[in-house]
Design a protein around this ligand. Structure first.
Ligand code: NDP
Length: 499
């Protein structure tokens, strides 16, 4: 059982317990850090930033590679903490850690190329200038993370912020503070000199205190509703925000798709991690020519999977007890409006375990189709053509990610989806590619983690125009002559007047 934290001792602070969602057993006790604790952590981070940002890119990359090495060697240890706190099966937990490692290397290695000073083109009027731009670290980044992917998701912000030269104060979800503690301890082994990455624990008010603490940016991952609260607090101090929020992701199945692969992917993207994936599939639209075969295949596969608390179950329990009410409401409402559960259903909910649920004939305005369910459920609907599939997919306030299964038209259909990310003939591929940006539009949030955009997200552009020799056409002076004005007018007419 974990009982220590570097700031705020258990004895002097109110605490909260973390429960194993499978057994209900207490697996950790953590302090609820106060506003004063948060401010102290941010003050320490300022000093750490001075030191960390003073290292060169190569040294920061070396430390991040060392961090990746520790995570790789101790993956099973970390997977056990993840399993205890979230109920996630061990092998899924290990997979999540594995998928994070490439990002650590990529961010460290590519930071100099993406952020380092580069020359910029000049125009005719500024031919005497040498222009350049560099992306400098913002300072201290506050990272607020969710519990559903407690390693991959916060690291997507933390690692890119660190590679860019920032210090980080990390507030994990109250459901996964042990994972946060573990990550910060490991990072401290490779960067022992300064508290470049610190942990604060607590609940919503602790997160709000971080937003108020004067950090230079907040990287928030969580629900859209909480993002709005975070944004309101950040607005008080003009603290910028990157918001990675929820989704209602679709999977489209065209008439020529490989139906077995599409059904397998829909099942995995919908049910893995008990459906608690921001980029998890929740809606499936299938061309009418292959609908029946697809549904049969999907249901056959779904019936072979079982959710449970035991080690044989590939689908774990629902982590947050309050989410069960949302899942139950969506299923019951769908069935009350004429939908049918071909597997699972509301009756299959026992304790915190929900069996894989495939719903068909659900009206498009039902919450099961419009709201994030965040459980192991899929709605499957028949469409007459792929134009209708695209229209339904885009008719959502969310726009995080999507998947398309089509042999001939995969890229074309992908291009028409209003989402931040799309996989073609596969699912969950884009987050595994560190050079691709990750993020959404609409209620799914704004800003990007991962890739060059993810590095720049934690920086500010610093532009320099250096005069190499005096201009032949002196324009920015009160001594400007009539001749200079006339020459400028002639030049402008020549350059732009033809259009
Ligand atoms: P929440 O919105 O409930 O919480 C997210 C984080 O915000 C937690 O650390 C939470 O702390 C904290 N928090 C809560 N209230 C406040 C507040 N007033 N001010 C500051 N911080 C606060 O989300 P969940 O943890 O339930 O995560 C699930 C959601 O995250 C889903 O909607 C999912 O789609 C989304 N998500 C999005 C991803 C993406 O990359 N787009 C990736 C993963 C998840 P505490 O838990 O202690 O209350």
């Amino acid at each position: 059982m974990t009982t220590l934290n570097e700031i705020g001792e258990i004895g002097t602070h109110a605490t909260f317990d973390v429960h194993d969602p499978g057994t209900g057993e207490v697996v950790g006790t953590y302090p609820i850090h106060t506003e004063a604790d948060v401010e102290a952590a941010v003050a320490r981070a300022r000093t750490a930033f001075d030191w960390w940002s003073g290292l060169d890119y190569a040294e920061r990359a070396r430390r991040l590679a060392g961090f990746a090495g520790l995570l790789a060697r101790r993956m099973r240890q970390l997977a056990a903490v993840m399993h205890d706190e979230t109920g996630k099966p061990y092998s899924d937990a290990a997979l999540e850690v594995a998928l994070s490692l490439d990002h650590l290397k990529w961010a460290g290695r590519n930071a100099p190329k993406v952020l380092g000073r580069k020359s910029a083109r000049v125009g005719l009027l500024t031919i005497n200038q040498a222009a350049s731009v560099e992306y400098k670290p913002l300072g201290v980044i506050g990272v607020i993370g969710p519990w559903n992917y407690p390693v991959f998701t916060p690291l997507g912000s933390i690692v890119y912020a660190l590679a860019a030269g920032n210090a980080v104060v990390f507030k994990p979800s109250e459901y996964s503070p042990g994972v946060g503690r573990w990550l910060v301890d490991m990072f401290t082994e490779v960067v022992p000199e300064q508290p470049v990455l610190q942990l604060i624990t607590g609940d919503g008010p602790t997160g709000a205190a971080l937003c108020r603490s004067g950090v230079d940016k907040i990287a928030f991952t969580g629900s859209t509703a909480t993002a709005k609260k975070v944004m309101a607090v950040c607005a008080e101090s003009l603290t910028p925000l990157v918001a990675e929020c929820g989704g209602k992701d679709v999977l489209l199945v065209d008439a020529d798709a490989d139906l077995d692969a599409a059904a397998d992917a829909a099942l995995w993207a919908g049910m893995a991690n008990a459906g608690q994936s921001c980029i998890g599939t929740e809606r499936v639209y299938v061309h009418e020519r292959v609908y029946d075969t697809f549904v049969d295949t999907l249901v056959t596969k779904a019936k072979q999977q079982r959710a449970g608390n035991d080690s044989g179950a590939k689908i774990g329990p629902i982590t947050m007890p309050k989410q069960l009410e949302v899942i139950r409401r969506h299923i019951e409402d769908a069935v009350a409006r004429g939908g049918r559960a071909l597997t699972g259903g509301a009756d299959s909910i026992v304790g915190q375990v929900v069996q894989p649920t495939v719903l068909v004939d659900v009206p498009e305005d039902a919450p099961a189709v419009t709201e994030e369910t965040f459980g192991p459920t899929l709605t499957v609907a028949k469409v007459p053509d792929m134009d209708t599939a695209i229209a339904r997919a885009n008719d959502s306030r969310y726009g995080l990610s999507a998947a398309v299964f089509s042999k001939a038209r995969g890229r074309e259909l992908a291009d028409r989806l209003r989402t931040g990310m799309v996989s073609v003939n596969a699912v969950f591929t884009f987050p595994q590619i560190p050079s691709l940006p990750f993020g959404g539009v609409g209620d799914s949030g704004f800003g990007r983690i991962h890739g060059p955009d993810g590095l720049r997200e934690f920086t500010y552009a610093h532009a320099v125009a250096r005069q190499r020799f005096p201009s032949l056409l002196a324009l920015t002076t009160f001594d400007r002559t009539q001749k200079a004005d006339d020459t400028m007018a002639t030049l402008m007419a020549l350059l732009f007047g033809r259009h």
